[in-house]
Write a protein that binds this ligand. Structure first.
Ligand code: PMP
Length: 313
């Protein structure tokens, strides 16, 4: 677990880490009744600036998750953005950060009440989080025996904490069997996603990724990479179902997500992916993604929200 930061933003205030508590009787504790986002901010050493990546898109998805769950969102987008900036500044981060805004059902509320009768809260926690060492040389994955949550049961499109019990079953099983994060199939037996990231593969120079109707989270990184492949690298991207056996003959495979970033996969179920090394289209998109996130590509600086006010014009 990452080391804790000094401060948390909770229900409109910056509070010391130890004081950001919720009572054990709260529905968020008892039933995991909350919806959240996982976001990153990237440090630019050249500008001494911290950049929140795709803030607007994350807030939009938070609202969509809350809408599906019939939860009201207690703050405006501007209030949330200010909360992120205040929190990141308070913690004085000068390196990569992962942070998590959470909308939760608090004390004295019942999750079964009508939405307008529930008073919910929000908090934001942030951790220092450098790139995982494995993004350089890749991980070995497997196909999970656990199926991804289906849309008519516990929709994967919603970033709800409770969905991550499904993720955990898959993640822990894979780890016990000696693998990194697994690939989960959906109820139809097609590739969905990993417990905490989306999936992409390359076959014959074409990037292929499951559609948003494959029981996946509508990942912001996934859409970012689709756009960058098409518009910046001139690579064709197809959104279609992926069969299990395609994983075994793919040229390249990787996971993508705000936390996972671009995580190469070099083997699936003990089959080497391509030649068993990180492939060229994976490496190119990884380099471009990191350059953009750190503010190095002018064309995409509108994707970034500066935290300290030091950014160059
Ligand atoms: N799927 C799941 C289950 C996830 O938890 C995440 C991480 N938020 C993703 C996909 C990737 O989504 P994003 O690119 O928006 O972070």
């Amino acid at each position: 677990m990452a080391a804790s930061a000094d401060f948390v933003w909770k229900d409109g205030r910056i509070v010391p880490w130890a004081e950001a508590t919720v009572h054990v009787s709260a529905e968020t504790v008892l039933r995991g009744a909350n919806v959240f986002e996982g976001m990153r901010a990237y440090w630019s050493e050249a500008e001494k600036e911290l950049y929140i990546f795709k803030n607007k898109e994350h807030l939009r998805r938070l609202r969509q998750s809350c809408k599906i769950m019939r939860m009201t969102v207690p703050y405006s987008d501007d209030e949330f953005t200010q909360a992120f900036i205040d929190l990141l500044r308070a913690n004085k981060f000068t390196a990569g950060v992962h942070f998590r805004p959470v909308v939760y059902f608090g004390e004295g509320e019942s999750y079964a009440w009508k939405p307008e009768d529930i008073h919910n809260g929000a908090f934001v926690i942030a951790y220092s989080r450098p790139h995982a060492p494995s993004i350089k040389n890749g991980i070995k994955s497997c196909v999970s025996t656990w199926r991804r949550n289906s849309d008519n049961a516990s929709p994967s499109r919603v970033k709800a904490a409770a969905n991550y019990h499904n993720s955990r079953l898959a993640q822990v099983e894979a780890k016990m069997n000696g693998f990194g994060p697994p690939i989960m199939l959906n109820d139809r037996g097609e590739v969905a996603e990993s417990p905490g990231a989306c999936f992409m593969m390359v076959r014959d120079g074409v990037v292929i990724t499951p559609p948003v109707s494959a029981d996946i989270l509508e990942s912001i990184t996934r859409q970012t990479l689709i756009d960058l492949y098409r518009e910046e690298l001139g690579v064709t991207v197809i959104e279609r179902d992926i069969d299990r056996t395609e994983l075994y003959i793919a040229d390249e495979t990787f996971f993508c997500g705000s936390g996972a970033e671009v995580q190469p996969i070099t083997a699936v179920d003990h089959y080497d992916v391509g030649d068993g090394k990180v492939g060229p289209l994976t490496r190119r998109i990884q380099d471009l993604y990191f350059d953009i996130a750190a503010g190095k590509v002018d064309k995409f600086r509108h994707w970034l929200t500066p935290v300290y006010g030091n950014s160059r014009p």
